[in-house]
Write a protein that binds this ligand. Structure first.
Ligand SMILES: NC(=O)c1ccc[n+]([C@@H]2O[C@H](COP(=O)([O-])OP(=O)(O)OC[C@H]3O[C@@H](n4cnc5c(N)ncnc54)[C@H](OP(=O)(O)O)[C@@H]3O)[C@@H](O)[C@H]2O)c1
Length: 237
């Protein structure tokens, strides 16, 4: 397939599973996270699967506006990674707090990471995809974009916003060959999933299965256009 990917949240959970899964079909992969050592470890793992894939590491804290601007600057400077075919916005924070304990700082941090940074990255790369009339943007949402549980008011608000963003990008860019797809899983077996309260972790979704479904969606030869996908677990406990 020989595609170029940029994946945020590549160092853990769904982002990591997807990164490993597409290693065999990728030409270049840009992996983004806060911790260089985790990114280096992942780079090694990718090259074990496919020694021909070129892996680029970008360290950026996307909960800060300066972090996302740094990422864009790095992309602008590196001519080798100008053309991204598939963007995955997976990095996010899941804050568990009662409404009375939510601060403006909490709101700013999570809105920046879960909504504003994905918007800025999608704008930058989405417009480049528009020019070459081809591209996919995966926005990793959540069941919290539709239903909310207690003590997740910030997360729930950000994922509702991300759904709106994802649809807006699809509306504006689909006629130019760019697909913006909202992936909305229920609780998954990842470090973030460990923070979900009062539910049986053993019943959670395997993130690899979600990653496999995303990989299938890369095939653009179909007559269907997928805009959003809700993924539920079989057993809810
Ligand atoms: N797990 C669930 O139950 C669940 C359910 C539905 C939807 N989701 C969604 O699925 C996506 C992936 O979640 P996951 O479960 O795979 O989470 P995870 O395993 O906890 O991974 C989170 C990823 O986000 C990155 N990240 C966190 N804060 C960051 C920051 N400030 N700047 C840059 N990167 C940051 C982390 O990288 P570093 O720590 O290396 O920086 C890590 O790679 C998220 O959008 C989440 O909302 C998760």
């Amino acid at each position: 397939m020989n595609k170029n990917f940029l994946i945020t949240g590549a160092t853990s959970g769904l982002g990591e599973k997807f990164t490993i899964l597409i290693s065999d079909i990728a030409k270049k992969i840009v992996i983004v996270g806060r911790k260089r050592n985790k990114l280096l470890k992942l780079k090694k793992e990718i090259n074990k699967i496919n020694r021909f894939v070129k892996v680029f590491i970008i360290v950026a804290d996307l909960s800060k506006n300066s972090g996302v601007l740094r990422l864009i600057q790095k992309l602008k400077k590196k001519t080798e990674i100008q053309s991204i075919d598939v963007l995955v916005n997976s990095a996010a924070n899941f804050t568990v707090k009662k409404i009375e304990n939510v601060s403006v700082k909490d709101l700013n941090l999570d809105f920046q990471l879960n909504v504003i940074s994905p918007f800025i990255i999608s704008k930058y790369l989405g417009l480049k995809m528009k020019k070459k009339k081809n591209g996919v943007i995966f926005n990793i949402g959540s069941s919290s974009a539709y239903d909310c549980s207690k003590e997740t008011s910030i997360y729930c608000s950000t994922k509702h916003a991300l759904l709106g963003m994802s649809k807006a990008f699809n509306t504006e860019l689909k006629s130019h060959g760019v697909r913006s797809i909202f992936i909305a899983p229920g609780s998954m077996k990842t470090p973030m999933g460990r923070k979900v309260k009062n539910q049986d972790y053993n019943t959670f979704i395997d993130p690899k299965e979600v990653a496999m479904m995303m990989k299938n969606l890369l095939d653009d030869k179909r007559s269907i256009l997928v805009e959003e996908i809700k993924i539920k677990r079989k057993i809810y406990k």
